[in-house]
Structures are given as C-alpha cells and as structure tokens.
Write a protein of this length. Sequence first.
Length: 371
Amino acid sequence: MTATPRATGTTTAVRLDRLRARFDELGVDGLLVTTPSNRRWISGFTGSAGVALVTREGTRFATDSRYWEQVGQQCPESTLVKVAGANTFTAPAILEGLGGTRIGFEPAHLSYADYEVWTSAVAAMPEHSRPALVPAPRAIEDLRMVKDAEELDALTRAVLLGDAAFNHAAERIEPGMTEKQVAWLIQEYALTHGAEDLSFSSIIAGGPHGSLPHWRASDAPLEAETGVVIDMGVIVDGYCSDLTRTVWLGDTPSDEFKRIYDIVLTAQETAEERIEAGMLGKVGHEIAAEVIRIAGHGEHFGHGLGHGVGLDIHEDPRLAPSGEIPLADGHVVTVEPGIYVPGWGGVRIEDQCVMEGGRLRPISTAPKFRP
C-alpha cells in the first residue's frame, strides 16, 4: 500500500502565507486549527487526532505518540508538541510562550466542553504567560473555497474514479437486485481501483424510494419498469466526488419518467450554462428552480441546487436560497436539481463542476439518459 500523498511543501507554505495574511483582518496573532479538514489543508497531516497552531512566526503541531513520526513525515515545517494520552482535541501545552497574544479558535468546530478545557488551562497559566483566546470564524473556510492546482488534480481524479464506479454498476444493474447489492457494486469497484473510501453511503433509491432525496440503500429489490436514483461518491487523496444519475430499469421509459427527467435535465443544463463568476449562489439556485417551477413542479424541488466539494463532501459556496457567497474561479460545486413526487419516485441529475474563466465546466463524465 502506498502512503497517502500530502500537499507539497511549496503548497503548504503558500497556504500558510494566505492564512497569515488574514490575521490582521481577523484580529489575531495566531490560529488554533482543530477542524480535521482545515487541519489537513493547512498542515498536510492526514491523521485523526491533533491540533495545529499557526502563528506569525511559525507553526506547531500537538499530538500523541501514535502520530509523532507521522507529523515528522507530513509536517516537517511544524514544531512537534508531544502530548500524553489520546485526547488531543485539546492540547493547551501548544500555547506555551504566547503570553500577550491573541490566538483565534474555530468556533464552528470547538465544542463548549473543549472550549472550557482550553480557557481553564489558559486561566491557570501565570498572568504574563496567558494568551487571549478569541473566536476567528471562517478563518480557513474562506480560503479553502478556491481550489489550488493540487486540489483540482485530486478532485478530478476522484470524479473520474467515481464516474467509472457508477458506469460499472450501471452496466450490471437489473431487476431483482437489491439496492444494497447495487451499492456494493459501486463500493467494491471504488475500493479496488484506488479510492480511499466512499464520500458518503451510496443512495440507491428504486421506484417510490426515489422521492426521498437522502434515502439509503436497503434490502428492497429493484423492480422492472421503474426509475432508480443513484447518488454516490468516492475519496481520492482526501478529496471527494459527488455524482447523481437516474436510470430507467427496463426497455422503454414511461412517458411520465421521460417528462420529469426532461424537466430536471433542462434545469441542470440551463444552470450550468448560465451560472457565472460574481453571481451569488442563491441566484444560481434560482435559475434551475425557475425551470422546475414553470414546469409545474416547484413544490417537488425542496433542496438547494448544489454545494461546494473538496476535503469535505459539503462545503461552501452553496447554490441555495441561502447562498450569499459570490461564485469565483476555482470554486468546485455540484449542480443537482431534482423532482421528487411522493408515491411515484424521483429524478435527480448531478454534475461536479469547476468555475474556470468565469463559467462552469462540468468535470463529471458519466452518461445521462436523453429522453
């Protein structure tokens, strides 16, 4: 088995510089990084436990003995702070020697219990040695939205492997198979062709189950002459793919399936063609929502049009009614309209796209049914 690649030293240095450039705006002299995906992005560390501290002068990484050697390999630019025990979600020793500074923390990730541990430890320090802990919301999340070249490479490889896993399953799916059997076809192919894991448990929703957007694969057998929603993704080098296709299990799709599928496909293609850089995510969402609403199915499309994808399967920016972030080159987002009719089923079609030259370029290559 080969080691999981990490960001190169040059990439890590650039990310650290970008973060430090935000310190004055955030009102901090350093940042405690406890969110796993943020920690990996800023340090290259792929383990499951540890705390990174980025200051104006350098970086520190606190973890227990399970990961000391790994930190040396993956984070050579960081000073290792050795912690006893396995609970390294809190490691106040990393703050030693920072008296009089303002150290930011990630309020969206740090639990109240862990916050109390940190603040109690700081309060116990001699007064001249105490840093001030202050919230620094979105310190790294805002930076992560624009993917660098290494991220785009990993994301593209994840998407293409996910497409291949879908194609493998789509060529073999047949009536009588259970939803779980189809999910296993995807998982087995992905894991034996280079995926670290799945991005999420595959959604295999046959017939009426298709009206439930986040249905999970069950033991229910797939029936002939019905639609099947397949939503799946894989992880490659830490980065996620996300793909949805809806297939017809039979010879000739029903007129109703073709009608609804055509509406969803039109909504998706219209959004992919018209979304552009500078547009708010909520405006992008409305492009597809309007197509579906005019076709008489507005009440059957209840989720956002899409979301960012990276180290996390759901990131900013969001293509949703709440999406207030302007889209920009380097953003990687899904475009996934759907129609869900209770008692009948559903259709969802999803591409993963990157914003380039002010326009969306689909990365996904898996075929779509054309009514």
